[in-house]
Each structure stands twice: as C-alpha cells, then as structure tokens.
Write a protein of this length. Structure first.
Length: 91
C-alpha cells in the first residue's frame, strides 16, 4: 500500500504558509517527478541522506533568497538563545 505524500498540498515554497492557489495539476506533476527521482536514486543505490541533501539543495537553488532567509532566522535564534543565557547583551 502506497503512502500518499500530502506534505506538498497547498505549499508553494518551504518558507510560505499554505496557499490554495497552487493548481492541483502542478502538485500532481511535482509529486510524480519526486517519486521518479526517488525511485531512480534507490535503483542506483543512492542513500536516502544523499537523496534528501540533493533535493534540499535543489529547493534552495530554485528559491532565490531562501538560503539567506533561513540563515538569518538561524542567526536570530542563536542570538536569542545567547541572550537568554546571558552570554550576549542586548542593545
């Protein structure tokens, strides 16, 4: 029995909230392509970790500014944690 990937439904990028504007046909094609890529990777002996790393890299490459946005969010979270611990003062 196949498990359906509903994680894509309604999302137009990793950093956006659900959006009902993504056409069902686009999501279906995306899922088909992802399934094909995963099958090819498995047939060629590519590890799940390597496949996921390549997929994540492709997602970052296709969304200009996303990498920087995520880096900014990570830095802000690290600064909040350091301030919480009293290691860095706030201006």
């Amino acid at each position: 029995m196949a498990i359906q990937n509903s994680a894509l439904a309604g999302f137009s990028s990793a950093s956006e909230a659900p959006s009902p504007t993504v056409p069902v046909a686009v999501l279906a094609e995306l899922e088909r392509l992802l399934r094909r890529a995963a099958t090819l990777a498995a047939e060629q002996g590519v590890s799940s970790d390597a496949f996921m790393a390549a997929a994540w890299q492709a997602a970052l490459d296709s969304h200009p500014g996303l990498r920087e946005q995520l880096e900014q969010q990570q830095l802000a979270a690290e600064l909040r944690e350091l301030r919480k611990r009293g290691r860095v003062g706030s201006a």
